[in-house]
Design a protein around this ligand. Sequence first.
Ligand code: PMP
Length: 394
Amino acid sequence: MNTQDEVVVKEVYLDYNGSAPLDPRVADAMTPVLLEGVGNASSSHRFGRYQTAVVDRAREQVAALVGGRAADVVFTAGATEANNLALRGAVEAAHGDRRRILVSAVEHASVHKVSRSLSEQGLAKLDVIPVSSGGFVDLEEMEELIDDDVLLVSVMAANSETGVLNPVDEIAERVHAAGALFHCDATQMVGRLPFDLQRVGADLVSISSHKICGPGGVGALIGTRQSLRLIQPIIHGGGQERGLRSGSLNVAGIVGLGAAADTAADERAAEASRVVKLRDRLVADIKAKIPDVHENGDTIRRLPNTASIRFEGTDAEAVVTQMDPVAVSTGSACSSGSIDPSAVLLAMGLSRDAAFETVRFSLGRFTTGSDIEAAAASAVTAVQYVRSMTRETF
Ligand code: PMP
C-alpha cells in the first residue's frame, strides 16, 4: 500500500539544480519591461534606447556577478547555447595546428554533445579528461593529455548532479601554460559560491538565468577582451551582441537575468550558510532512519545546496515517483525510449546499478526547515516502500 498521500501532503521543491523558482523580486524587475517596454533594442528611437539602457544595466549586473567586464557579456538563450558558442565558436575560428579539445567526463550534455559533433565533423579531435571517485577532474590525467596542439579545455566549476567543485584555478593555470583557452561552465556555481572569472583565470564562462532564480530561456557567455576575438558566431544574422549572437534581444529575460545576478551577488553568502545546514540536516535525518544510504562524490568540496544520495536496493525512479509531491530528481537520461544511468556517476566509477539507485536533492533560496522535515520523512517512507516491494518481487 502506498501511504505517501496520507503522510506527506506538502509540496516541496528540491530540484533547484534542475531549475530554481523565479524570485518575485526578479519578476518585479521584469514587469515594467514586459508591460511597457516596446521597440527593438537595436533601434535608435527613444523606445529602442530605453531597451538598450535596461539591457546595458543587466550587462553590468551579470559582469559584476562573475568578475568580468560588461562589454564582454554575450547574452544567449541559456547555458546550452553559451556552451555551444564557446566550443563550436572557438573550433570554427581556429587557424593553425591547435585542433584538439579536452572536456571533462562529467560535463553537461551541451558540452559533451557539441564536442562530439565537432569531432564527428572532423573539425576537432576530442579527448575526455577522466574524474576521480570523488568526482573531480584528475589533474594528473589532464597533464598527460594537454599539449601544444590543444585549442580549448572545458571543465565545469560545479557539477549539477553531485555538486562537486573542480579545482578550476589550478586547471586554468595548466591550460594557460599549454597556450590553450579555458572554458568553464559555471552554471551551477554562480550565485551559490563566489566565482570570479579573473581570479580563476577562465577565458570563457557560461551561465544560465533559471539556475539563479531568474527566468528560463536566457543566459550568457562571458569572455575576456582577448577570448571573444578568438571565437566566431554560431548564429548569424543582424550582428547583435558584438556579432557573436545575432537576433533581437530577449529584453525582459535579460533584465530578469540581471536582477537575478544582482540579488545572488548580495545574498549568496548568507544563503549558502543557511542552505548548507538544511542540506546536512536532510542527509542526517534520512541516514538516522534508514540503513544503506550513501552520498556520492566528495562531501566537502561541493556546493552547499546539493546532495547526491544512493539508496541501496532501490530503483531511484520509483523513489522519486513515490516521493511526489516532494520534487527531487535522478540523473538518469531518457534516450531513444530506454533509460540510461547518469553518465556523471558512471564516470566516477559507480556501477550501473548504483547509478540507478541515486536520487539528487538540491535546495535553494526558498527552502525552509519544514520543507526539509517533510522531504526527509517522504524519502524515508518512499525508500522503505520501494525496498519492501523489491523484496516481494524477488
Ligand atoms: N550546464 C550545466 C552545468 C547545467 O546544469 C545546465 C542545466 N541543467 C546547463 C548547462 C544548461 O542550461 P540551460 O538549460 O539553461 O541551457
